[in-house]
Design a protein around this ligand. Structure first.
Ligand code: HAM
Length: 424
């Protein structure tokens, strides 16, 4: 045994290898296509930020910022954090660069949270998402939510439900929090162990507590949606009506408060009934009409959502969605037994013509090369040996039929011939 240490991916992270990675590629390509149709363009921003971006953005007291963030000092002593989510960075970039409004951007990004790893919950997960800044028009809420809904449908997911709530804005939420505090104080002794003592710092968090004791208390208490102001209520009704008008069903979830402090008005989550309750949120988002100001910008409304790629793929497995998102099969495998590498020229030409082509290396025997060809999943094998070389032909063999069906095709007509056989 060698003494060299071996390494594995860190706890809570995972490697995605082929062929699974084709699902990722397909999912991101599908999201990019849809996002483009809805008027969103790609944004790239750094994986780490000044820790203040997240403290001010998602709230220093939030569970994610206070307990789960990867914070570190760089060599010059700057306090940085790996992004635990995408929104705060996008809004920081918006404030920094003053792009034209409305600003509509989509992203795909890893996100880092020091969570207790379990199925569907990772320390590095990946999100696709969008952010739209510059208007509080409820039509934009409908657009963002419908993009998510259409994306899940296009992935083949049928058991996804949309939960929706309004967080109101600062002023009306303040009135509600006072009512909630009164209710919680009256029932303090009935709260769960964790919250019996510590709840006053962020009483809204209790609405999110899944423990039976807290659920029993808060479900009897005042609901935010009943206490938002007239303007927020009407905004919410317009969003719901807009969704309904395009056939998107939503369920009001009065206890839905999301994990970050930046949310105002519309908040939503997409839940998969095919997944276990600890990781059944396949996406979530909402409005953040004060976030740009909190990050030093002019007052600018915004809304967006993020969706976990791992969870979406788990939901597809759980729902037994059969069709692949992206077919990444090989068209042709080139077997070369001439002994002087005719393959390089042939594969170059075929790839240039748009075919997906793989080849054998190391000038191995015909039998060894054919074994690799069979395993490759390619539709066709092209055999080039001394005989073919002499007659300027190749032998085309169909790898998907069990009998040995093969034809001799002249090099001249090869591309047209392959195009016909492969339907390209
Ligand atoms: P979030 O709800 O924290 O929101 O995360 C969005 C999605 O990322 C979740 O619905 C879930 O699918 C996935 N996710 C979150 N944490 C994990 C994890 N530890 N492991 C696997 N998947 C996970 C946000 O991040 C907001 N930035 C969304 C948003 C955009 N709000 C407005 N704009």
């Amino acid at each position: 045994m060698s003494d060299t240490p071996t390494f594995s991916a860190p706890i809570g992270t995972r490697d995605v290898l082929p062929p699974e990675s084709a699902q990722w590629e397909g999912l991101v390509a599908l999201f990019a296509t849809l996002a483009h149709r809805y008027g969103f363009s790609l944004i790239l921003s750094p994986m780490f930020e000044d820790v203040g971006v997240f403290h001010r953005g998602i709230g220093e007291e939030s569970e994610v910022a206070s307990k789960e963030m990867y914070v570190f000092e760089d060599r010059a002593g700057r306090r940085l954090a790996l992004r635990p989510e995408g929104t705060a960075s996008v809004v920081r970039a918006f404030v920094q660069h003053h792009p034209l409004s409305p600003f509509k951007a989509w992203y795909v990004t890893p996100a880092f949270r020091y969570e207790r790893p379990q199925a569907g919950r990772y320390r590095q997960h990946h999100q696709v998402g969008v952010e739209a800044l510059g208007t509080d028009d409820p039509a934009l809420d409908v657009e963002v939510i419908s993009l998510a809904a259409r994306f899940y449908a296009a992935l083949g997911l049928r058991r996804v439900r949309l939960l929706i709530n309004s967080m109101g804005h600062d002023e009306c939420r303040g009135d509600y929090v006072r009512l909630l505090v009164e209710h919680l104080r009256a029932h303090q002794s009935e709260l769960c162990d964790e919250h019996r003592e510590v709840w006053e710092k962020n009483p809204l968090r209790l609405l999110d507590c899944k423990k039976d004791a807290c659920v029993a208390v808060t479900s009897r208490g005042p609901m935010l949606i009943d206490h938002v102001c007239e303007a927020c209520r009407s905004h919410f009704e317009t969003v719901r009506g807009g969704l309904e008008s395009i056939g998107i069903a939503s369920e009001i979830a009065p206890r839905l408060v999301r994990g970050f402090d930046y949310y105002t008005r519309t908040t939503f989550e997409f839940i998969s009934d095919a997944l276990g309750t600890a990781q059944n949120a396949v996406g979530g988002g909402g409005r953040y009409d004060k976030l740009a100001e909190q990050l030093g910008g002019d007052p600018t409304s915004g809304i967006g959502f993020g969706s976990g790629i791992e969870r979406l793929l788990l939901a597809r497995v759980a729902e037994e969605v059969a069709e692949t998102i992206l077919e990444r099969g090989l068209d042709v495998f080139v077997v070369d037994t001439t002994g002087h590498d005719r393959a390089t020229g042939v594969v170059d030409e075929l790839r240039g013509a748009g075919f997906a082509v793989e080849r054998a290396y190391d000038q191995r025997s015909m039998k060894a090369q054919m074994k690799v060809a069979d395993r490759s999943g390619a539709r066709l094998a092209l055999l080039i040996g001394a005989r073919e070389e002499q007659s300027a032909t190749v032998t085309v063999r169909d790898l998907r039929t069990s009998g040995v069906e093969q034809d001799s095709v002249s090099l001249e007509s090869l591309i047209a011939d392959l195009g016909r056989r492969l339907g390209k």
